[in-house]
Design a protein around this ligand. Structure first.
Ligand SMILES: C[S@@+](CC[C@H](N)C(=O)[O-])C[C@H]1O[C@@H](n2cnc3c(N)ncnc32)[C@H](O)[C@@H]1O
Length: 220
């Protein structure tokens, strides 16, 4: 498994799952010098932000949900590690800053609703192709990286990793898929299996979802 330490999770906040664990594994392989500036976008419980902060990095974490912000602050306090935790929309709270590492486990599940939902589903639903948030991250993250900086993004193979790679390469980054994991469908995918198959996003016999980590580096 991975070194993820399970945090407390307030109701309505995304509890760390396989995607969190896969990204934590990728984070553990990044050679981060003490004092490196790290950004965790969509921090949820703060699990990934805390993993980075335990390594002596300077971490900023952002989430659009006040409940998530409260949960992440509580977990940082319990762990006794300093993390700046801001409420806001993606990179809004960190405009003008730059980072050595950007981590994100954003909403990425294709959903029948065209728009982003309100409430807890905002942690996973991301429009009909699952890319409403991912495309913004691919567009905006490269401008916040320092030379040599890295962005790590975890998402489902259902939400087109090829497009993530293409966006990031177009922005001048060296991008590849560095981790994959196949997992059983969780409750969200089970609930919309029929819709996903009708749209051709899931082959008829497929009973598992593949998660990927995309790693992209800005050349020095
Ligand atoms: C899949 S959860 C990941 C939580 C945590 N990072 C983890 O890996 O366990 C996605 C998180 O992104 C947050 N989120 C969704 N849209 C956002 C946005 N536009 N800006 C900031 N955070 C957002 C959600 O509130 C949720 O906490």
């Amino acid at each position: 498994m991975n070194p993820l330490v399970l945090p407390l999770v307030l109701p309505g906040v995304y509890a760390p799952q396989e995607d969190t664990a896969l990204l934590a594994g990728a984070l553990s392989e990044e050679p981060l010098p003490p004092g490196a500036e790290v950004l965790d976008v969509g921090t949820g419980s703060g699990a990934l932000a805390l993993e980075a902060a335990r390594r002596g990095t300077r971490v900023t974490a952002v989430d659009v949900s006040w409940r998530a912000v409260a949960t992440a602050r509580l977990n940082a306090w319990r762990a006794g590690v300093p993390v700046r935790i801001r409420r806001g929309n993606l990179f809004g709270p960190v405009r003008g800053q730059s980072f050595d590492l950007i981590l994100t486990n954003p909403p990425y599940v294709p959903a029948p609703m065209v728009r982003l939902p309100r409430g807890p589903a905002r942690a996973w639903d991301a429009g009909r192709d699952g890319r409403l948030v991912l495309d913004r991250i691919c567009r905006e993250a490269p401008d916040l990286l320092r030379p040599g900086g890295v962005v790590l993004i975890v998402h489902s193979a259902l939400s087109d990793p090829g497009r993530t790679l293409e966006h990031l390469r177009t922005a001048g980054l060296k991008a590849s898929v560095t981790r994959r994991s196949r997992i059983a469908f969780g409750p969200v995918l089970r609930g919309r299996e029929g819709w996903l198959r009708e749209r051709g996003l899931l082959p008829p016999a497929e009973k598992q979802e593949e998660l990927v980590v995309v790693r992209a580096e800005l050349p020095v």
